[in-house]
Design a protein around this ligand. Structure first.
Ligand code: GCV
Length: 824
């Protein structure tokens, strides 16, 4: 059993290497060698041996010594097949060991037990070592084993800006940049490289796809080379996002037309310059003709023409281009019922299939829109049969609660990867397409936008690192199950106590579905503030603008008609067998119904419920499940360290409150839009709620909240004076124990103070302490900032006088929406 209760800040992620103290667990590792042989002197090889010594020493105690030659003792022996053969001629080479593959075997030699960790190349050794250490940390038997990664590209993208901010980053500032420069101290970068390598990831694009034009300036490249140096010993190749107008802006040419020979020559010279500084440079990531970025369309050229110019420059250096399929027009005409953003990827790239250089890979977001809580897979995967592809996933939880909600995304990614596109009427699951298997492509793989930051625990929520771990594991082997992945992560991150493991596994396993339930079910998308920060509810923001994430809701019905028969024709972009499933209401799965079809609110789902009742039920069910997180977590008190315990508990309590904000906003909005009441009588009826504007106020003034559905009754109260404002109410509750929840708004900047008093006596106080994500920096009262504080177990009697006192601070006028008093 692992030791408990030592303060931990999460910085080691899943590489904690906790000391194993339970005798029966230790017993199985008693005979492991204490010597480690590493004949290879490369930095990666050196790291592999040092990591093995570090991990085993930390978990098992005692000394582990690294030698260059074989000792007269039991030993771990690390090496590539050639090195191992030199040391141990009798060692039987595995028949084929791909460069990044590893093979773990045992050999008895002159009375000594040797554990051989063979890597096709040094990186393979490193992966073999991490695999072995993982077995020990999970207290599993170490057995001979061989593994190879599914695909060559297993990259992460960071959307870091040179000023140190991170687009869609929710865990502090950049580990790479600050104030327009690469940071002086790159310790966190090297630690990040280690975490990536430990789950088999081998590439990192360090700057935002909305690339800063300074990126390719000579002085910046010299700075960037330091990042590459920090990642290299972990087998992680650095790559850069580039702006296609660089030849014009950085190179001072009069054009960036990819067909202009001067432009091609500029890219060649720039690429050569990069490789002089960074010999293992991975390549370029390109976002062009998308969301205002410059691109080849400016010159009437295609993405293929642009990608190929870069590819030719990279080819002599073995670099690659990841050209993003995320090309779409964000000025669509919302009046046009045939206009459809989901069509864009296919429409822009389908005709270019086969026209790309072999070192170009099209990087395709898993869904056709943009990381919504539920989307079908992009039809582009099946359309490119002569072009390499990579799937783009998102670890940073842009549309999934921004690391303030626990949302374990592996189950969602599994659905995308396992979707069988039936291209050519045969089995072509997305995972096999991106591995290059289905269409026999030379390259392919996986990319995830991660956006770790300087926060101690990298992604802010202690549960969020499961997504980075899970992404790495799936990129290595997309056939792993959700259960295998979450179980491994939990054991490594929180130890092997059976109650800890089963509780956390259960919490994580269903968290995506729960989030979908209380945000946007039936394929509606996340129903968030789509043209803003993508966090809280903001239902109508999706409609009537050029961004094209419409839900087409009116008083009669809802959903985008994407059918071939009457809609945008999007469904026809899928291979016929799959298209047939989506086109017909009889076979379209409920969870994608409103992505594919427009139906009346009383349309009956396969489940037997009407659409509108499903929307209500799903939001109430989801919020009810989110409310169980904190009490389930509390059962682990004392079984894990207090620091992560308290931090997670606070976030779970916050999530329960924010799930109610979501539930109420969406349900109320649909009630008003459809005019159809909730069959269970919940929506619009909150008998336990006392509206702030209905309480007797001293200093508080009522204000309208926009959008209206994000505050109870569309109104809140604010305190605009220097001294405390109060809200008073006389309670007529039957005598007993109650929970008192205060729904307020936590806005930046400012830390308002609140206090609850019962019959003149203070019962609790708290500060609006900004648990909301940093992106919530506006001063608005809305679905992003609406927050709940609950005091549990208060004894109330009829006639009690409850006072809520709020003290404004800075720009935060101690806003209050309502108080809700319920039985526990
Ligand atoms: C980096 C979405 C995000 C943008 C992001 C873009 C992309 O639109 O909201 O922040 O830009 O996707 O993936 O390029």
């Amino acid at each position: 059993m692992c030791g408990v209760a030592q303060a931990e800040n999460g910085a080691t992620g899943w590489l904690r290497y906790s000391r194993i103290t339970e005798p029966s667990a230790l017993q199985q590792y008693r005979l492991l060698p204490r010597r480690i042989v590493q004949s290879d002197t490369s930095p990666i090889g050196g790291n592999a041996a040092a990591e093995l010594a570090r991990g085993l020493r930390s978990m098992l105690g005692g000394q582990f010594q690294v030698d260059a030659t074989l000792p007269d003792a039991d030993a771990f022996v690390l090496g590539t097949p050639d090195e191992l053969h030199r040391l141990l001629p009798q060692w039987k080479r595995p028949s084929m060991l791909a460069p990044e593959a590893f093979a773990l075997s045992k050999l008895d030699e002159h009375g000594h037990h040797l554990w051989i960790v063979a890597g096709g190349r040094e990186k393979g050794e490193l992966y073999g070592v991490f695999h072995l250490l993982e077995q020990v940390a999970e207290q599993r038997e170490i057995v001979p084993n061989a593994e190879a990664p599914s695909a060559a590209i297993r990259w992460v993208n960071q959307w870091d800006n040179l000023d140190g901010s991170i687009e869609r980053g929710y865990a502090g500032r950049s580990i790479f940049f600050d104030g327009g420069h690469v940071r002086a101290d790159l310790t966190r970068v090297s630690e990040y490289g280690r975490l990536l390598a430990s789950v088999g990831l081998n590439g990192c694009t360090v700057n935002n796809v909305n690339s800063d034009l300074r990126t390719l300036q000579p002085e910046m490249l010299r700075e960037l080379a330091r990042i590459a140096d920090a990642l290299r010993p972990w087998g992680v190749r650095m790559s850069l996002s580039v702006d296609l107008s660089s030849p014009e802006v950085v190179g001072h040419l009069s054009t960036f037309d990819p067909l202009d020979p001067r432009v091609a020559a500029w890219w060649q010279q720039k690429t050569d310059e990069i490789y002089k500084l960074i010999p293992d440079f991975g390549g370029f990531v390109v976002k062009a003709d998308s969301e205002g970025r410059p691109g080849p369309s400016q010159y009437g050229r295609t993405p293929a023409v642009a990608a190929n110019v870069l590819a030719r420059a990279l080819k002599p250096h073995h670099g690659i281009v990841l050209y993003r399929g995320f090309v779409y027009n964000h000025h669509l005409d919302w009046h046009d019922l045939k206009a459809d953003r989901a069509r864009a990827g296919y429409d822009n790239f389908r005709a270019l299939d086969g026209k790309f250089e072999p070192n170009v890979v099209i990087q395709i977001k898993h869904g056709p829109i943009d990381f919504q809580v539920r989307e079908p897979v992009s039809p582009l995967f099946a359309a490119l049969r002569h072009t390499s592809q990579a799937i783009e996933l998102q670890v940073t939880q842009e549309y999934a609660g921004q690391q303030r909600h626990m949302v374990f995304l592996v189950p969602m990614w599994k659905i995308a990867l396992d979707t069988d596109m039936r291209a050519g009427n045969r089995s072509t699951p997305v995972k096999e397409i991106v591995e290059g298997k289905s269409f026999h492509q030379p390259l392919g793989g996986f990319v995830a936008v991660v956006n770790v930051g300087l926060d101690d625990d990298w992604l802010h929520h202690p549960m969020a690192m499961a997504n980075l771990y899970g992404y790495g594991k799936l990129a290595w082997n997309p056939n792993l199950t959700t259960d295998q992945i979450i179980d491994g992560w939990t054991r490594l991150t929180f130890g092997n106590n059976p109650l800890v493991v089963s509780t956390i596994d259960d919490l994580q396993r269903n968290s995506w579905h729960t989030y979908e339930q209380y945000t946007g079910p039936l394929g509606l998308g996340t129903l968030t503030d789509i043209i803003g920060i993508h966090y809280g509810p903001g239902i109508e923001s999706a409609e009537r603008n050029g961004w094209g994430q419409w839900i087409r809701a009116d008083h009669k019905g809802i959903g985008m008609d994407r059918t071939v028969a009457t809609g945008t024709g999007y469904i026809g972009q899928y291979p016929p067998e799959l298209a047939k499933v989506y086109e017909s209401l009889a076979t379209c799965p409920d969870e994608l119904l409103l992505f594919m079809h427009h139906v009346p609110y009383n349309y009956v789902l396969h489940s037997g419920k009407t659409v509108i009742q499903h929307v209500y039920d799903s939001h109430y069910d989801g919020a009810a499940t989110a409310a169980t997180y904190a009490p389930r977590w509390e059962k682990l008190h004392g079984l894990i360290d207090d620091e992560r315990y308290q931090r997670t508990l606070a976030l779970f309590e916050y999530q329960a409150g924010h799930a109610i904000v979501w539930r109420d906003a969406v349900s109320e909005w649909f009630l008003r839009m459809s005019g159809i009441p909730d069959a269970k009588g919940r929506v619009g009826h909150d008998p336990n709620r006392i509206e702030a504007e209905a309480m007797q106020g001293d200093g508080y003034t009522p204000v309208d909240v926009t959008p209206w559905e994000t505050a109870s009754g569309g109104k809140a109260v604010v305190c605009n004076r220097a001294v405390a404002c109060t809200l008073t109410t006389k309670l007529e509750k039957p005598e007993g124990i109650y929970n008192i929840a205060v729904q307020y708004f936590d806005i930046h900047p400012g830390t308002a103070q609140y206090e609850l008093l019962l019959n003149g006596k203070p019962i609790t106080h708290w500060a609006a302490n900004n648990i909301v994500p940093p992106a919530v920096s506006d001063k608005k009262l809305d679905g992003h900032t609406s927050t709940r504080f609950t005091v549990h177990g208060v004894w109330l009697a009829p006639g009690d006088r409850l006072v809520l006192s709020g003290v404004a601070n800075g720009a935060e006028p101690a806003p209050v929406d309502y108080i809700e008093i319920t039985r526990p």
